[in-house]
Design a protein around this ligand. Sequence first.
Ligand SMILES: Cc1ncc(COP(=O)(O)O)c(C=O)c1O
Length: 317
Amino acid sequence: MSIPLLSSDEILKKINLYSYQQKKTYLAMYSSWYGGIVKDPALMLIPIDDHLVHRGDGVFEAMKYVRGEIYLLQDHLDRLESSALQLGMKWPFSRDHLATILMDTIRASGAVEAVLRVFLSRGPGGFTTNPYDSVGTQLYVVVTELKSLPEEKYRLGASIGKSQVLPKDPWFATIKSCNYLQNVMMKKEAVDRGLDFTVGFDQQGFLTEGSTENIVLLDAAGNLLRPSLRQVLRGTTMMRVFHLAKSLVEQKAIRGLEERDLTEKDILNAKEVMMMGTTLDVLPITSFEGKNIGDGKVGLIAPTLRRLLLEDMGLGN
Ligand SMILES: Cc1ncc(COP(=O)(O)O)c(C=O)c1O
């Protein structure tokens, strides 16, 4: 036999030898399967028979830890719970216990700022599509270093294009499931085309979202517009930004806030376009399919909204 049969000791030795850049940024993992926290990236593993692995049967959240707090924690947990409910998954712990696990994992990581990824999986057991074959919901939490975009992107703006990837249907789009193949293909097409992002359109030609971020427009009349959430993930960042933007309406810096169906034409006629998400915050977009948005320069409102959001995180100057 040419393929070696390995002992547990040999495997442990081997997995510690594998080294790649990203691994150095993995700081801590909680696993309900282990019943505790590990700090060795080589041991941050999920059983192959967990339905999360072989069927994408799980839900997740990505959160930001800054200034000693998980920003928008309750909003993320609301969405996690809603995603889990829609898949008929059992919620494993009380909210308070879950929050304690998250904070303990961050503490173990020693990070001052971090990204926290929380996965609720259907759990190990069998290799079928039958969710009842599993032993029960598991929780995995991974803390990694927070990597921000270069400041230059916020100063000069980013580029977007029109995605050719088939949109998710409304049920699927509103669940943050671990089946992210469409999102993966959108990111791939953006990278392949040399764009920062592509944005999707539904079957009727209405704007949806980016691969893992929401899109928001400022129209020529000064209204801040978000696409109808019918076929879009309800982004915690976008919703918070709209809440914070009420102060700009009061100051008459913008005219109003609206949620409605938007088209490609709305993007091309917009004064400003921006992408929003947990790791991006608010990122100005200056071109769509190679065409300038407005005068092709970063406008006033996107940086203002970014500042409001950072202040809301306690990161203001
Ligand atoms: C498909 C999709 N849309 C939008 C977002 C933005 O959501 P949030 O602001 O909560 O990060 C995400 C974030 O992960 C996403 O996966």
